[in-house]
Design a binder for this molecule. Structure first.
Ligand code: SF4
Length: 218
C-alpha cells in the first residue's frame, strides 16, 4: 500500500504529550482559509512511499521509550485506505514489540462526518483532533489551531495520557512550535499562534536571513 507523505520527523514535542513521531500526509481537499500548511495541499505522486518503508523509518528513528505518534497533514482522511493500512501497521508494531505509544490524528473534517463515514478508522485511533481550522477563532487550548477544535479521547490509554490536558491552555511552559534548519530551508512543526509566523520572519530578517518561497501563505 502506498501513502503520500509530506514529511516525517522525530522527535516532535509540540503535537501531543512527550516525544513523538510526527507524520504529515500530503494532500488536502478542504482548503481552510488562513491555513499555514498550504505546502501540504497538493497531491504529489512523487511523495508516495510504501507503508512498509514508512514503518521501517519509524522503527529506525525512535528510541523504545517514545511516547506516541501524531498523524497530521494535509488531510489524513483524504487517504483513507492508506491511513487505515498505516494504522494497522502501527498496531502490529505496538503489539509485537509490546510498546505503549498512543496514536493521535488531526483532521479538518467535522467529528460527526468522520463518525458517519469512517468509524472503523476512528476505532484504530487513541485520540483525535477534528474540525476545520477557523482563522477567526484563535486557539484557546493546547495542540489546537482554532478554538472550535476539540480533543477526542477514544481509549483508556488516551484517557490516562491526555485527560488532564484536554482543557490545558497554551502558555510559556508549553512550547507551540519547533523550528529546524535543513540546508537552506527553515521549517517548523507545531501550532503557531496568530502572528507567530510574521514574528518568525521578522526575527530572521533582523538577523540577516531573508525567507523566500514561504510555504505558509499562498
Ligand atoms: S488546516 Fe488542515 S484541514 Fe484545513 S486546509 Fe490546512 S491542512 Fe487542510
Amino acid at each position: 500500500m502506498k501513502i503520500s507523505i509530506n514529511k516525517a520527523h522525530y522527535p516532535v514535542t509540540v503535537l501531543g504529550p512527550g516525544k513523538r513521531i510526527g507524520i504529515w500526509l500530503q494532500g488536502c481537499s478542504i482548503g481552510c482559509k488562513g491555513c499555514v500548511s498550504q505546502d501540504t495541499w497538493k497531491r504529489d505522486a512523487g511523495r508516495d512511499m510504501t507503508v512498509a518503508k514508512l514503518i521501517t523509518w519509524c522503527k529506525q528513528s525512535t528510541q523504545k521509550d517514545f511516547a506516541g505518534i501524531t498523524i497530521s497533514g494535509g488531510e489524513p482522511f483524504d487517504q483513507t485506505a492508506a491511513l487505515s493500512a498505516l494504522l494497522d501497521a502501527l498496531h502490529a508494531w505496538r503489539k509485537t514489540e509490546q510498546l505503549d505509544f498512543d496514536i493521535l490524528c488531526y483532521s479538518g473534517y467535522p467529528l460527526a462526518t468522520l463518525q458517519k463515514m469512517h468509524q472503523k478508522i476512528l476505532d484504530k485511533l487513541d485520540a483525535l483532533i477534528p474540525e476545520p481550522y477557523i482563522d477567526a477563532q484563535p486557539p484557546t487550548r493546547l495542540w489546537r489551531g482554532s478554538a472550535n477544535q476539540t480533543l477526542q479521547l477514544f481509549t483508556p490509554r488516551a484517557q490516562q495520557k491526555y485527560a488532564a490536558l484536554v482543557d490545558a491552555i497554551p502558555d510559556d511552559s508549553n512550547k507551540r512550535m519547533q523550528t529546524m534548519l535543513d540546508g537552506n530551508k527553515l521549517w517548523y512543526v507545531g501550532i503557531p499562534g496568530r502572528g507567530d509566523m510574521s514574528a518568525l520572519e521578522d526575527i530572521c530578517k533582523s538577523r540577516g536571513v531573508e525567507l523566500s518561497d514561504v510555504s505558509w501563505r499562498s
